[in-house]
Design a binder for this molecule. Structure first.
Ligand code: UD1
Ligand code: UDP
Length: 353
């Protein structure tokens, strides 16, 4: 069968790598990049490092407001669906590229499969939450990473086409953990294992409010040992608000890094501070204590097991939490054992039998 896969943002490249490999053993995949992320270190680098096939199409949409970005993607994806006539459209996660792909397909009656279905933060102010809910409600195959995600869908009345697969990010992590150990990034940055904190910040709620951004950067600066691969959105906002110079003096700001470099930096950090969804999970799987710079999380298991602490964006609260947080509990394989991509390929194959 012919599958049209739509990706566009950094975490989606990582998620599609293991799935694409499995799907192509039995099916034809047409890979569409919306162009939502376009800088080399936000896009091409991942295709190279993870061996993802070159996209068949790049819509080159780029950055814009939500409506303009999503709307242009919708039109571009519809054209490709009509041309390629896929049997199924596959989307990942919760970005504008995800929603555009799912909606375009649903409107022309092409079945939609959603990897990472059922995740909820229950905060509708997050653009990602709107994308998740709408995507799930127009999907035919809902591929859930966790039991919690299945339960969230059940509460919304979605029970058909729902499958528990495990999390494809665990597949990607386990598949690259060994090679990541050979990354020279720590030596290049002059870092010692266990001697630094790793941070990432890019969430709209944290970057678009200058007071919150200043509070977070102030707290990371106070901690004194923070390395922060800086998302282009955050760099832009720091520069626009005049916060960049001071942040750069007090925090080790570096450009976004590739996936292998990121795994190496994460696994050798003594603590991670982040507002990323993917990084919270990776911290849990790697056993690195995580402070989340948000009020809510969709990855509730990481908090329930006490390896992740939600602190929001308050300066003092971040510093206090970072200085005292010390997880002791056992972790589990709640996100799966790295076999999610295979499970997804099997479910997709059965769908068309
Ligand atoms: C998007 C997703 C978010 C995801 C994140 C992963 C939406 C609504 N948000 O957020 O869920 O967690 O990707 O990283 O889909 N920019 C560049 N170069 C790039 C890409 C972006 O400079 O290659 C800058 C532009 O100034 C742009 C800004 O970053 O306006 C935001 O980019 P955008 O794709 O709209 O959202 P993200 O914050 O990246
Ligand atoms: N990541 C990376 N380089 C970086 C920052 C993050 O490779 O400089 C990886 C990270 O390890 C995780 C994914 O990108 O696998 C998370 O993406 P991001 O934080 O952009 O988005 P989110 O998960 O919040 O949607």
């Amino acid at each position: 069968m012919k599958i049209l896969t739509v990706v566009g943002a950094r975490p989606q490249f990582i998620k599609c790598a293991p799935v694409s490999r499995e799907l192509r053993k039995e099916h034809e995949e047409v890979l569409v990049h919306t162009g939502q992320h376009y800088d080399r270190e936000m896009s091409d680098l991942f295709f190279e490092e993870l061996g993802i096939p070159k996209p068949d199409y790049n819509l080159g949409i780029g950055s814009a407001t939500h409506a303009h970005q999503t709307g242009e993607m919708l039109a571009g994806i519809e054209d490709l669906i009509l041309e390629e006539k896929p049997d199924l459209l596959l989307v990942y996660g919760d970005t504008n590229s995800t929603l555009a792909g799912a909606l375009a397909a649903a409107k022309v009656h092409v079945p939609v499969a959603h990897v990472e279905a059922g995740l909820r933060s229950f905060d509708r102010r997050m653009p990602e939450e709107v994308n998740r809910v709408l995507t799930d409600h127009c999907s035919d195959l809902l591929l859930c990473p966790t039991e919690t995600a299945m339960e969230n869908l059940r509460k919304e009345g979605i029970t058909r086409g729902v499958h528990l697969t495990g999390d494809v990010m665990v597949d990607a992590l386990l598949g690259h953990a060994e090679v990541a150990k050979t990354s020279p990034i720590l030596a290049e940055l002059g870092l010692e294992r266990g001697q630094y904190r790793l941070a990432t910040v890019h969430r709209a709620e944290n970057t678009d409010d200058p007071a919150k951004l200043a509070a977070i950067m102030g707290a990371l600066g106070d901690l004194g040992d923070v390395v922060l691969p800086c998302h282009p959105r955050t760099e832009k906002m720091l520069k626009n608000t005049g916060l960049y110079e001071e942040a750069n003096r007090r925090i080790r700001l570096i450009p976004p890094v590739g996936y292998l470099e990121m795994l190496a930096l994460e696994s050798s950090a003594h603590q991670i501070l982040t507002d990323s969804g993917g990084v919270q999970k990776e911290a849990y799987v790697l056993g690195v204590p995580c402070i989340t710079l948000r009020e809510t999380t969709e990855w509730v298991e990481t908090v329930q097991d006490s390896w992740n602490m939600l602190v929001g964006s308050d300066h003092e609260a971040i510093v206090r939490a970072a200085r005292t947080f010390s997880p002791k509990r056992e972790r589990s394989d709640v996100f799966g054992k790295g076999e999610a991509a295979r499970a997804i390929a099997v479910i997709i194959g059965e769908k068309t039998e």
